[in-house]
Ligand binder design. Structure first.
Ligand SMILES: [Fe+2]
Length: 204
């Protein structure tokens, strides 16, 4: 069964003015679809087309050498974007409540210092990549960034919040102003989705 690109859970313009409709359209319909297509092409006709994308990324090192780079890039691209879209909402923003909020405050001291640390990871990623809040195997939280489409799953962590800092995610509206885009992201984070991701990660 081939991998499919999930539909956006809102319209292209839903996140304006924070993220513009044209960026969302190109980002989802061209970039994400492109990753999914390339992932399908890489695993088609192999036993690995039966694996879930999570399984492929977690066990990257077990794949045949010729599949590792395409799965890392296209599989990571597909998985990361599928995680990203539901983390955004027109009614998002504010501060997290629930268990994820408690864990964030406990781990980083306050929401404000969490935001500073996450933003620094996103700003400091040179070139293309992602900033992450992850649950580690010992169930603690950590913030870091990865290059390109590298997924936290491949290093044994479970992402609960991710921010795409590839230029394709913000250049039309923000040009070189990545920091302004990161600020805008905090206005649309769906903390209920973060809570759901956190609960799933802690429970697994
Ligand atoms: Fe992207």
């Amino acid at each position: 069964m081939a991998f499919t690109t999930p539909d956006l859970p809102y319209t292209y313009s839903a996140l304006e003015p924070h993220i513009d409709a044209k960026t969302m359209e190109i980002h989802h319909d061209k970039h994400h679809v492109g990753y999914t297509t390339k992932l399908n092409a890489a695993v088609e006709g192999t036993e690995y087309e039966q694996w879930s994308v999570e399984q492929l990324l977690k066990r990257l090192g077990d794949l045949p050498a010729k599949l590792q780079t395409p799965v890392r890039n296209a599989g990571g691209g597909h998985y990361n974007h599928a995680l990203f879209w539901p983390l955004l909402s027109a009614s998002g923003g504010g501060e997290p409540t629930g268990e994820a909020g408690k864990a964030i405050n406990k781990s980083f001291g306050s929401f404000s210092s969490f935001k500073d640390k996450f933003s620094a990871a996103a700003t400091g990623r040179f070139g293309s990549g992602w900033a992450w809040l992850v649950v580690k195997s010992d169930r603690t939280l950590a913030i870091y960034s990865t290059a390109n489409q590298d997924s936290p799953l491949s290093q044994g962590d479970t992402p609960v919040l991710g921010l795409d800092v590839w230029e394709h995610a913000y250049y039309l509206n923000y040009q070189n102003r990545r920091a302004a885009y990161i600020d805008a992201f905090f206005s649309v984070i769906d903390w209920e989705q973060v809570e759901a991701n956190y609960s799933a990660a802690i429970g697994s």
